[in-house]
Design a protein around this ligand. Sequence first.
Ligand code: ATP
Length: 269
Amino acid sequence: PSGFDQSTTDIPTTTFDDIGGLDEAKRELIRAVKWPLTNPELFEAIDIDPPSGILLYGPPGTGKTMLARAVSSTSNANFTAINGPELMNRYVGESERAVRRVFEQARSNAPTVLFFDEVDAIGMTRAEENNSPATDRVVSQLLTELDGVERRGAVTVVGATNRPGRLDDALLRPGRFDRLVSVPMPDAAARAEIFRIHLRGRVTGDYDIDVRALAEQTEGYTGSDIAAIVREAGLLAIESRIRERSQGRTAATNPTVRIRERDLKRALE
Ligand code: ATP
């Protein structure tokens, strides 16, 4: 059982190939997370401390959670996700204890990637009005856990936020979340890649669908928006297949269904 009832632990199956764009963020995570977890002896031999904590920042739905899961998977590490607001939404004293337990558990499951989603909820800036002594104590507990590689062992902490400006300054000092990794909106090339990833196995052939044209039409869309478009297109494809079956235009036992260009067009509309 997990030490924190709102956390889940597993070894993810997400890979970097499932993530479109974000080449720089992927490279950074390999250096800052994978190498220290898989080759700690090299860091020791040359006496260089790996980063304490990595902060992924960028707009919602751009792939921060996916990145954290993928780097955990490629490092063969357990992945534990903690949601910041859920952690804070507890009785006085309980949040602190939960932080302590989460780290204890992570150390005993090591190597572990400990992922704090919406980490800004934990480290509210002192100016934030709903900041309270209880909040400060949770931050202190988190700082204690982050301080010192020795104590952390083979546990890497990855935080994610849409609002890096709201993160408590104390959490950004050296030895804490000291590596900031930008997770930007996808450009046209990245959007085409994201379409290709989500359409994999759902279209008849690789060249059926012009993903570049789709990318041109989706300026300002996030990866999560693109996933939603493909999902909608899939529903439209299912809808017309069901209609064809009921009209006897295809065998009721024919299980194939594929997304076509026009499903995507309608989904976009
Ligand atoms: P939030 O800040 O809202 O938690 P996030 O940045 O963590 O969002 P994810 O949860 O990683 O975003 O992405 C949500 C979903 O959007 C993913 O499950 C995936 O389907 C899709 N997605 C987002 N970004 C990408 C990407 N770069 N490549 C492929 N799919 C993506």
